[in-house]
Design a protein around this ligand. Structure first.
Ligand code: TAP
Length: 489
């Protein structure tokens, strides 16, 4: 398997019609890894046409057959896991330990899960007011899915969108993020090796605005499935309204972790460290606002700082690295601006706050994990998604205040509650406005569980059976079983 730098349309690698290209950088060194061709608007349309043609075959294929194909994709990913993990690490900056054990391993699992689910996309028989009328539903694929993905978990998010869409009988055109397109391109090679029918997946590395324009105007797309920022997602939804197509949005977050005084401190600190620093904090559901009960605050803070200081920051390819590079220099600058704003607005910096540019880290985009306390809800670092290893920890006097603070955000993607009192945990879970609530866990996402946000974190659900059904249209079929002719007049 090797990285192809072209567009993947109708099962073949093709050149961009305008001959444009862009450089892909390694965030750990800022060296150019390769140059990728950029699809034009005409190419994007070609990819949609290819998917439309393939849909006529894939959409009609029986689900048992589709299931076999999807399992094969999962197997090819497993076979090439080490190579794909290396590409992801070089492109995104995440530790190889994470790419291998989380991103790519979960992607293979995702294909196997949706392979199994494809034979369970079924309707139901409805109760009928007439014994002589049989009433049932079927779920039909919507057609071509236009998928747009971000740069933080490109392979995994790509796998979720592609596998769930194909399981429902749809075909796909996917656009990777400009900062990290390489692993998405590998899907072309994977699909070839798995013997997938031509055109069921088309990959177009193109500019966001070009894809947004062509996708939202297109009458050939059944649905747009977008993961990215709330800002871009909102714009996209607006432009889709003219063509009346569905739009699933998985957007930003500012997730709270709520720490009660009766928590198991060691488990809580370890769990929230994972919740905060996974993928350098470039994670939509990262636990960026930690709300701790007064009674345990000092002890928690001391342990959390100690835990943070133990995290090995290093080159992403090093086996023992647990915190890698920030995806792009521009994004590192944004993170540093947030750190400055936290200081200026009067929060207290208790850990980190600096760029790391010594020794082997000198050429890359590295930043210290950063912790602020004495934060007010009016501050930018409380309100806005930073998308880096920068968090705020605050105190609360009781559970009511904790819930108020947890919900004091425009987002509602995820939250976690840390306590040994499970009754209290369930009561609090019901009060928190978020699409996922973890009890004594954070950052666990399974292909089998519906995932998505409340409020400005999105619309619709991905993953699980619900995620597949969301990519279908329900048809109600009524059957006349009257023995006598039905006569009204
Ligand atoms: P965005 O800047 O929104 O980019 C996401 C994708 O949209 C990229 O492929 C981008 O292309 C494309 N895009 C840009 N402008 C567009 C337009 N006008 N129309 C259509 N597509 C357009 O986000 P990002 O910086 O890559 O990712 C970080 C954001 O994603 C964070 O807010 C994070 O929370 C969110 N995220 C959410 C989730 C879930 S599941 N809720 C998961 C991961 C990430 P270019 O790269 O070419 O600009």
């Amino acid at each position: 398997m090797q990285i192809q730098r072209k567009l993947f349309i109708e099962g073949e690698w093709v050149d961009s019609s305008e001959g444009k290209s862009f450089e892909v950088l390694n965030p750990a060194t800022n060296e150019v890894i390769t140059t990728v061709q950029r699809a034009s608007k005409k190419d994007i349309q070609k990819a949609i046409d290819s998917a439309k043609k393939a849909f006529n075959v894939w959409g009609k294929m029986n689900p048992f057959e589709r299931s076999k194909y999807l399992h094969r994709v999962g197997e090819v990913i497993e076979k090439n896991l080490e190579f794909i993990a290396g590409v992801e690490t070089d492109d995104v900056g995440k530790p190889i330990y994470e790419s291998r054990n989380i991103d790519i391993a979960s992607s293979a699992q995702t294909f196997h899960y949706f392979a199994d689910i494809s034979v369970e996309v079924m309707g139901e028989v409805m109760p009928s007011p007439f014994n002589e009328v049989l009433d049932y539903t079927v779920h039909e694929p919507v057609g071509v899915i236009g998928a747009i993905i971000p740069w933080n978990f490109p392979f995994l998010i790509g796998a979720r969108k592609i596998a769930s869409a194909l399981a429902a009988g749809n075909s796909v055109v996917i656009k990777p993020a400009t900062w990290a397109p390489l692993s998405t391109l590998l899907f072309g090679e994977i699909f070839k090796e798995a013997g997938m029918p031509e055109g069921v997946l088309n990959i177009i590395p193109a500019s966001g605005s070009d894809v947004g324009e062509v996708f939202s105007k297109s009458e050939d797309l059944g649905e747009i499935s977008f993961t990215g920022s709330t800002e871009v997602g909102t714009k996209l939804l607006g432009s889709c309204s003219c063509s009346l197509k569905g739009c699933t949005l998985e957007l930003g977050g500012k997730s709270p972790a709520v720490v009660l005084p009766d928590c198991n401190l060691e488990e809580t600190v370890e769990g929230i460290l994972f919740g905060v620093y996974l993928n350098q904090g470039e994670c939509c559901c990262a636990a960026t606002r930690i709300i701790v009960h007064d009674d345990i605050y000092d002890e928690f803070l001391a342990e959390f700082i100690e835990g943070t200081s133990r995290i090995r920051i290093g080159l992403p390819r090093n086996e023992d690295t647990r915190l890698g590079a920030i995806v792009h220099r521009e994004h590192l600058n944004t993170i540093m601006e947030y750190i400055d704003s936290g200081k200026k607005e009067g929060a207290t910096l208790v850990y980190g706050g600096n760029i790391l540019d010594k020794g082997e880290l000198s050429r890359g985009n590295f930043v210290e994990p950063t912790i602020f306390v004495d934060v007010k809800p009016s501050m930018k670092i409380w309100k806005e998604e930073i998308f880096g290893p920068v968090i705020v920890i605050c105190k609360a006097k009781d559970t009511d205040e904790m819930v108020n603070l947890a919900n004091d955000t425009k987002y509602g993607l995820a939250a976690s509650i840390w306590t040994t009192n499970l009754k209290k945990a369930h009561i609090l879970a019901a009060k928190i406005e978020a699409g996922t609530v973890w009890l004594n866990l954070h950052n666990f996402v399974f292909p089998s569980a519906p995932y998505g946000g409340y409020k400005a974190s999105g619309i619709g659900r991905e993953l699980g059976k619900e995620g597949v059904l969301a990519l279908t249209r329900t048809k109600n079929i009524m059957v006349n079983l009257f023995e006598e002719t039905f006569k009204w007049y």
